[in-house]
Design a protein around this ligand. Sequence first.
Ligand code: ASP
Length: 410
Amino acid sequence: MSYTTKILFSMFAGILLGSMVNLFFLENELVSFFIQFFSILGAIFIASLKLMVVPLVFFSLVTGVAQITDSSKLGSISLKAILLYLVTTSIAISLALFFSNFFNIGSGVGLITNVEFTAPSPPSLKEVLINIFPTNPIQAMANGEMLQIIVFSLIVGLGVRSLSTNEHVVNFFISGNNLMLKIVEIIILFAPIGIFCLLVDIFSKIGFSIIYDLAGYFFLLVCVLFIHGIFVYSFFLYFFTGLHPFIFYSKLKEVIFFAFSTSSSSATMPLTLKTARDKLGVDQSVASFTIPLGATINMDGTAIMQGVATVFISQAYGIDLSVSDFLMVILTATLASIGTAGVPGVGLIMLAMVLQQVGLPVEGIALIIGVDRLLDMLRTSVNVCGDSMIACLISSSENNLRKEIFYDQR
Ligand code: ASP
């Protein structure tokens, strides 16, 4: 059985078993005991992936930057990455707003819900900007502050590059990077078990019945995620690089399965990075920078959810949004998706920021919270596809994408 088949099989088995438990055995104490067991194993699997994120980003980014010979390249890679993130995210929200208005998704929805939601206060833009720069790298790493870690690694990478005559320093980072990738490979071997346990746990808690109550919202969101994740990305990929979208998705399938099962761009990041480099042919200098950055700030799937949810809540409450409100939604949802951490459920919390900005009731989030866990799995899959697609675009524009690796079918 190939590795992908094993993962697919464990996903299928996990969803099936979890859903059966949810339907028939929820009250059974023995079954609950086993679910606890799966939940612990699943949590350990996610923890072991997250464990690798900080050291992998650090070593891989330092090595990547140290290998860039022309300093202006770093500037052009960052600029292209940020520009592409902004463009694709704006397209994502615009699609979300267009389709949800077209189908009037929230009108006629009953506002009865027994879940309460209290909005946390979002940080100010000034705070967000200042927080990108670390004052203490150890603290940044300990707290998993990804943007700060990226900035610190860039600085160290530049330092290592200027010491390139000192082979020991350079070799230390290259060996460190290889070591991290090897550990990631070992952890990934356990994925079929980890994914099975995660999915049994999740589906035993959510079940599918909740979808009926919010079918319009749920299916519209799934369609827009699909349109963006497949058609928009394929268009960008084919138009700018000439690469075949079908091969792109087939090489990315394990990353998509990981993102779906963990609902976390951040936990999936080690595998996304490895896949970008080893299967898509993205150059180390581009992948090591764009993949961690993308996993932190590029979240098109999340932005789509925020767009659809905003229209849904406004229509459910019968509050009309003006054209300037919609522009405001595009702006704040872009910022909110940038500010969303790559972990489960944060996109929904950041939605509060968008709603507040256009004067919609934040309690409206309670209406959609029930289906969010399932949708989070799908939007995270779109998020990681976006990061990988943009990495390919940038590597191709820098003329260092290795097409022989991309087209290698082994
Ligand atoms: N779970 C998403 C991710 O990790 C973030 C979110 O939308 O909640 O990409």
